[in-house]
Design a protein around this ligand. Structure first.
Ligand code: ADP
Length: 501
């Protein structure tokens, strides 16, 4: 129940009716405001709990009904219109009046209706009170700062916000300007965003800035505010959180990241230098070994030819051994030089015709293909790829050479080169009907000098696939193998197609 009796506003033009109504209402225990026609506004805004208007006043009220209801919201303000007999009530109810009283009035009916409508008002008041209390507790106890300000000053701040800024709420409310709590350097940014919201150009805004505390220290904050109408003016209502620790952590992280990047960069340079040194070493040793090797081969040949009569069969076997070893060493040097060339070269990628690459790789293996009667089939789209011509020829020449080589002696080598376009990539497989590879060796065979067989069985240096891998990496591609022991192998390489450039 209210602290004092309800105030009922009577807007009746006829003074007699007005008095009768006032007397009746007073006898029912209500307070009455019956200001007459000229004081319509004061009756409306004088805190009435219910308003009874006759048809004349009701006409005047029609345009204001929505404003009245909005101002009273969320509390229910019952508006009754008193109509002469036979006047249609529908337009009035549609216009926003809550009930219609019809002349002649009976005291019992009027009293009952007023009680119902005022009870509804009471309930809405209680609900509003409860929700306001809840909201107030929530805001006041919130660990998040809450503020309301207009252009000039703070209209409300909760304890959390005041504490963040190092003040008491009453030192801020109606005393400080919004920008007083902003670090001077960040004021233009905040001012600009505030202006946009006051002008309605920006609805919500969420941003960070440095807050200025009472003692002059700085706190990093993040605010989320929106403009709204409050007591007839545009204000900004928002929340603030203290992100000082988060910003410090972020800055530390950035610093660590920078240090880490520097370290990685430094290590990469060191590693590159070491690699380059090693590659230069391999190159120069291989290169320098060629001349003495040529000498050994030449001398062995000269011995065989010029001194044939002085050498017995054992001596000739030794000489053949020397020549075979020298030939193997020559092959090793050749392959090592090719490997170090792939590693050391700075290449430019360009569109390359796969058709030309494959046909050159086949030509390079021409001798073996003919001597082993190998069958080589090409399938698929030999389109243009993005790559490096001589690297690509080397890759396919090596894969083809292996596909012909690692086949049982009594079997005709059958090789299929297949190219398949997949999105912006092209996958080329070189499949053979050879001896196959056990899965646990798939990675191993791409390493330098790794071989799965003795050179007597299958000659080779163990460098070919290492060249394939490095060359593919240099061209931004990938390579690998699928195989089963005894069931042939499929070596694959993947490259981007050329239209990407
Ligand atoms: P190389 O052919 O000179 O021995 P690679 O680096 O080209 O050296 O190959 C490394 C090893 O991988 C070979 O020694 C062989 O054991 C295995 N390998 C390569 N290609 C095939 C293949 N097509 N079929 C079976 N084994 C293969």
């Amino acid at each position: 129940m209210p602290d004092q009796p309800h105030l009922v506003g009577i807007l009746l033009a006829n003074p007699v009716d007005r008095r009768l109504m006032a007397d009746f209402l007073k006898s029912e225990g209500y307070r009455v405001a019956a200001p007459g026609q000229d004081h319509l506004d004061s009756a409306l805004r004088g805190g009435a709990s219910l308003i009874i208007a006759d048809i004349l006043f009701a006409h005047k009220l029609r345009d204001q009904i929505h404003v009245l209801k909005r101002e009273a919201s969320p509390v229910f303000l019952p508006l009754l219109v008193l109509l002469p007999p036979k006047v249609d009530s529908t337009p009035w109810l549609n216009a926003g009046f809550d009930d219609v009283l019809r002349e002649p009035l009976t005291k019992v009916d009027l009293g009952a209706r007023l009680r119902v409508l005022l009870r509804l008002r009471e309930q809405s008041l209680e609900l509003a009170r409860q929700s306001q209390a809840m909201f107030q507790t929530l805001v006041e106890q919130s660990m998040v700062g809450v503020y309301i300000f207009n252009r000039d000053t703070y209209l409300y701040v909760n304890d959390a916000l005041a504490q963040m800024a190092g003040y008491r709420p009453q030192e801020i409310i109606n005393k400080l300007k919004p920008l007083d709590l902003v670090y001077p350097e960040d004021r233009p940014l905040v001012q600009n965003l505030l202006e946009k919201r006051f002008l309605g150009e920006l609805q919500t805004a969420r941003y960070r800035f440095r807050g200025l505390r009472k003692d002059g220290s700085v706190k990093h904050v993040e605010v989320f505010g929106r403009p709204m109408e409050f007591r007839g003016e545009v204000v900004i209502l928002g929340t603030v959180i203290d992100i000082t620790e988060q910003v410090a952590a972020e800055e530390k992280l950035k610093l660590y990241q920078k240090e880490l990047e520097k370290l990685v960069e430094q290590r990469t340079v060191e590693l590159k230098e070491t690699n380059e040194d090693l590659e230069a070493f391999v190159y120069s040793v291989s290169h320098d070994m060629r001349a003495p090797l040529r000498g050994i081969r030449g001398l062995a040949e000269a011995l065989q030819q010029d001194c044939a009569s002085n050498i017995d069969q054992t001596g000739r076997r030794y000489l053949e051994g020397i020549t075979a070893s020298a030939n193997y060493m020559d092959m090793l040097i050749e392959d090592l030089l090719a490997y170090s060339k792939v590693c050391r070269s700075e290449i430019q990628l360009a569109p390359v015709s796969l058709e030309r690459v494959i046909s050159d790789a086949i030509a390079l293996n021409g001798h073996d293909i003919r001597s082993k009667d190998a069958e080589v089939t090409i399938r698929g789209d030999l389109v243009e790829v993005k790559g490096h011509y001589s690297h690509l020829v080397q890759v396919f020449a090596n894969l083809l050479s292996n596909a012909i080589k690692f086949v049982p002696a009594n079997q005709r080598p059958t090789v299929t080169i297949d190219a398949k376009k997949q999105d912006e990539k092209i996958l080329i497989t070189v499949s053979d009907n050879g001896i196959g590879i056990e899965p646990q060796n798939f990675d191993r065979i791409f390493k330098l000098f790794e071989r799965l067989h003795g050179i007597e069985e299958y000659p080779g240096t163990g460098i070919g696939l290492a060249i394939v891998k490095r060359a593919m990496e240099k061209m931004g591609g990938r390579c690998g193998v699928r195989s089963q022991l005894g069931k042939g192998s499929q070596f694959w390489v993947e490259l981007p197609t050329s239209p990407e450039y």
